[in-house]
Design a protein around this ligand. Structure first.
Ligand code: ARG
Length: 251
């Protein structure tokens, strides 16, 4: 009896360690892609399936398939995401990331894949704010560390209020806690569209920004693969397809 138990125990241990080594082997080859899944329609958690979905997720999957790379989507808070890529805690990140000169000092960027500038959102009953020029003297929300937050800081007299996630900024806006929110246009349209008419966007898109895939500085080879895959899927017309699928949200 003792022997038999010992035999079973040994078998279990052997199987477990085999399973473990299989895991660690595959994770050695798997490219870890960070995303902050709070930014519809680019990356967000689907209410029903609880899966991370969106434009960026479809795009990176298509790039990976084209290049034959195995990827794992790693959910990371935005505030930690760019630093994480800079420190190569993740191989790359796709997260509606605007390519900026400052960020490019600490990470690599793929070729741009879409344009998305900033837009102001307010409550539908607000007549005082028509665009960024009216934000002086106002409390304006944005997700911390985003280009939207940086733009608000650059507006004389506007007071920036930062949030860990942008949904909380729109919630505060609806609740009258702040006067406006600045965020990327497609994301603003998405939240305005979900607000049952309580929110509107005003004025023009007032910055010129392009998104790129961010890659850890030490991985120029991965950057080449991502650019090759991006070029391939772009020449097959994937971007307009994804735009039609994900960005055609009516206000
Ligand atoms: N495009 C803006 C930036 O790069 C906002 C990106 C926020 N993305 C996100 N997944 N939370 O700063």
């Amino acid at each position: 009896m003792r022997n038999r138990n010992l035999y079973i125990l040994t078998a279990v241990v052997v199987l477990l360690s085999l399973a473990l080594s299989a895991c660690s082997q595959s994770s050695n080859q798997t490219v870890r892609i960070a995303t902050d899944a709070t930014w519809p329609p680019f990356e967000y958690v689907d209410e029903d399936s609880k899966e991370i979905i969106g434009f960026d997720i479809d795009l990176i999957n298509a790039i990976a398939a084209d290049q034959g790379i195995e990827i794992e989507i790693v959910p990371v808070e935005w505030d930690a995401l760019l630093a994480g890529v800079s420190q190569c805690q993740y191989d790359a990140a796709i997260s509606a990331i605007t390519i900026t000169a400052e960020r490019a000092e600490t990470m690599l960027f793929s070729d741009p894949y879409i344009n998305a500038g900033q837009i102001v959102a307010i409550t539908a009953d607000n007549t005082a704010i028509q665009g960024p020029a009216d934000l002086a003297g106002m409390v304006v929300g944005a997700q911390i560390g985003t280009t939207g937050a940086i733009e608000i800081e650059n507006i004389d007299g506007a007071e920036l209020k930062t949030y860990d996630t942008v949904d909380l900024a729109y919630l505060d806006l609806i609740n009258g806690q702040i006067d406006a929110v600045v965020a990327d246009y497609p994301t603003a349209v998405s939240f305005v569209g979900q607000s049952n008419g309580q929110l509107i966007t005003v004025g023009e898109v007032f910055t010129d920004e392009s998104y790129g895939v961010a890659v850890c500085n030490e991985n120029a080879e991965l950057l080449d693969q991502i650019n090759a895959g991006l070029n391939a899927v772009m020449s097959e017309g994937l971007i307009p397809e994804l735009e039609a699928e994900w960005l055609a949200v009516s206000e």
